[in-house]
Design a protein around this ligand. Structure first.
Ligand code: ADP
Ligand code: MG
Length: 328
């Protein structure tokens, strides 16, 4: 059986190598405009993360690790290149499932000029349609010329008003689509936990679910959300801390709450930015045990760290240097 065990290890690794690419960064560029000069943080940066893989990204402070993680998790959009999730663009989701809002957004985002033209064009089209309809009605039913002109002006105004009403709805719809996308795909863990101090541990973990379903859906969703929250908190060893406030917990425990919160949506990818950066060695090792346990259950993980011991837990370690990733 010992021989079987040693034979099984490479086959698991081989399985992972054969898994499909889940998250891809293709020729990503990101620059920050600092007054007249522009800071090139990422330049032609490529990355493939396979389903079920645990990838660690290392690099000096300021090398762009957090920037890259934000782009991968659709918290930000690259200046050039693309982030693809399951072959589909994350930065510009123009898929059938994203619906009409994302399609229109794809055009609008090509630039300010394009956006202005698009809005003006849409306005003109709707106003024109209303005007056309008004003229048609009057040519069918007759009436004096001044009435026709008034009707035409009225229809134009109605068209403009309709567009003005439509625009915020469009943008709201877009934002909702993006947030929903992000939620189903990514769970985030940050160095400084970002828990809400006035909420209990359980409430902190339930919060993303509450936000997702809105005021009216919450009454239906509450029980299921609480069951799930209790389950993930048990998973990270905090079953006895449900009613504590974050201030009453150690750093390691707070980070475990943050991991539970990231997991409560069953994200396809867990993105962790220096999750042990603020912890002592023992608490850090504890967090790594949890992450490795999750990876054992098939969770895809991308973790940023500057600690080589922590990075050694990953299947693959990449180094971010001069805007690009290279293997170690
Ligand atoms: P890391 O996480 O590797 O320490 P970051 O991705 O946070 O690096 O930042 C990379 C570089 O980009 C740094 O030099 C940082 O100062 C700069 N930077 C990050 N965010 C911004 C921003 N919003 N505006 C301007 N510069 C930024
Ligand atoms: Mg950082």
């Amino acid at each position: 059986s010992e021989r079987n065990a040693t034979a099984a290890a490479p086959s698991i690794a081989a399985q992972r190598d054969a898994a499909p690419v889940l998250l891809r960064g293709a020729r990503i560029a990101k620059r920050y405009q600092m007054g007249p000069s522009s800071l090139r943080v990422l330049e032609q940066c490529d990355l493939d993360v396979r389903e079920g893989e645990f990838v660690a990204i290392m690099g000096k402070s300021g090398s762009g690790k957090s920037t890259l993680l934000h782009l991968l998790g659709a918290l930000d959009v690259p200046d050039e290149g693309e982030v693809l999730f399951g072959g589909e663009s994350v930065s510009q989701p123009i898929s059938a499932s994203a619906g009409w809002a994302a399609r229109i957004d794809g055009f609008i985002r090509r630039g300010k000029l394009a956006s202005t033209l698009m809005h003006t064009g849409l306005l003109a089209a709707v106003a024109g349609l209303c005007g056309g309809l008004g003229t048609l009605l009057f040519s069918l039913f007759g009436g004096p010329a001044t009435a026709r002109v008034l009707m035409l002006i009225g229809s134009l105004c109605a068209g403009v008003a309709a567009m003005a009403l439509l625009r915020p709805t469009l943008h709201q719809q877009l934002e909702r689509t993006r947030v929903a996308y992000r939620r189903r795909r990514f769970g985030f863990v940050f160095q400084f936990y970002h828990l809400l101090p006035e909420l209990s541990v359980l409430e902190n973990v339930m919060l993303p679910r509450q936000v997702a379903c809105g005021f009216f859906g919450w009454s239906r969703e509450r029980v299921a959300a609480e069951t799930d929250a209790r389950r993930v908190l048990e998973r990270v060893g905090l079953a006895e801390r449900l009613n504590h406030k974050p201030a009453e917990l150690s750093g390691g425990e707070r980070q475990r709450v943050a991991i539970a919160r990231a997991l409560v949506h069953h994200p396809r990818v867990l993105l962790a930015d220096e999750p042990t950066g603020n912890l002592d060695a023992e608490a850090g090792a504890n967090i790594m045990r949890i992450l490795c346990g999750l990876r054992g259950e098939g969770q895809t993980i991308v973790m940023v760290t500057h600690d080589p011991t922590i990075a050694a837990n990953a299947d693959r370690v990449l180094v971010l240097e001069r805007g690009r990733l290279r293997p170690t």
